[in-house]
Design a protein around this ligand. Structure first.
Ligand SMILES: [Fe+2]
Length: 288
């Protein structure tokens, strides 16, 4: 198991795959890849699919809907100087669910300065603090992940036989996430002018199913609500949480981008040995 990798990044060696919209991250519509990181246990309240458990205990056969309110908390922790393209490309080390202090020790200079900025924004209220990061080269239209659906991070996803009575292979327990009240906390950084995550920054009331098999209908509902969207400014560290709606947007021009996410969670996450190898892949829509 490795949570970091040090390598030389170049345009020639940037991994590219065709965009399918079915990525295992960011609002998956598929089962996670077999080697994707998984929560070890659901023993912590933060990860407990309490709605699904109630359904099964009470014999509820049909998924109900409810009035959800996504507060979309979003604040700027720090605005850093935007690094040069060479500085981003040459930063070397990237992370996948790496414990925070280990990441600080191993990081290249740009990443380390971001992590020191993130340190100031840590809430300290969760058992684990992890760092994910990617150094990616985009052509115009490329996406940093294989999905552009509006979603929340760290949803309570169940992928076992408990979801079978509902005709699904995965169910995200949206009601449990909203009712728990203390979702995972995140900070994100991105270095680029040309590929910015979109965020909602105002509360959004939405009637949604309590359990959802993917984020397709959720994405459409958020879009239809015509809410205010903001783009992640280059060089900014933003703080948000597991109730903040956001999504990947395609690159508008070519160039390098460093993306870093800090996750504070009660769930212990152990990535598999191989996932770090494909973690920086970019996704290119098929040209028409
Ligand atoms: Fe996300």
């Amino acid at each position: 198991m490795s949570t970091w990798i040090r390598k030389t990044h170049s345009v020639e060696t940037q991994k590219v795959e065709e965009f399918t919209g079915e990525g295992a991250y960011h609002g998956s519509t598929k089962q996670k890849a077999p080697d994707a990181p998984r929560p070890q246990v659901e023993a912590v309240p933060e990860a407990r699919p309490a709605t699904l458990e109630r359904y099964l205990a009470d014999g509820v056969a049909r998924i109900r809907s409810f009035e959800a309110c996504f507060p979309n908390r979003l604040r700027t922790v720090e605005q850093l100087a935007v690094p040069t393209q060479d500085e981003v490309r040459d930063d070397g080390v990237t992370f996948c669910w790496c414990p925070f202090e280990e990441a600080v020790r191993l990081a290249g200079p740009v990443t380390r300065s971001v992590l020191e900025g993130m340190r100031k924004g840590l809430t300290g209220g969760k058992r684990h603090v992890y760092i994910d990061s990617k150094i990616q080269y985009f052509e115009p239209g490329d996406l940093p992940v294989d999905s552009r659906l509006r979603h929340v991070d760290g949803s309570i996803a169940v992928r076992d036989r408990r979801v079978l009575p509902y005709g699904a292979s995965v169910l995200h327990d949206m009601r449990a996430r909203l009712e728990h009240g203390n979702p995972p906390k995140y900070m994100a950084y991105q270095s680029s002018e040309h590929c910015a995550t979109g965020f909602l920054s105002r509360p959004l009331h939405l009637r949604i199913p309590e359990l959802i098999p993917n984020f397709d209908a959720f994405d459409a509902a958020v879009l239809a609500a015509r809410t205010t969207e903001v783009a992640h400014p280059a060089g900014a560290i933003l703080a948000y949480d597991g109730l903040t709606v956001h999504w990947a947007t395609p690159a508008t021009s070519s160039g390098w981008r460093l993306w870093i996410r800090c996750t504070e969670t009660d769930v212990e996450i152990v990535p598999s040995a191989s996932i770090i190898e494909c973690y920086g892949t970019v996704f290119r829509p098929r040209s028409i």
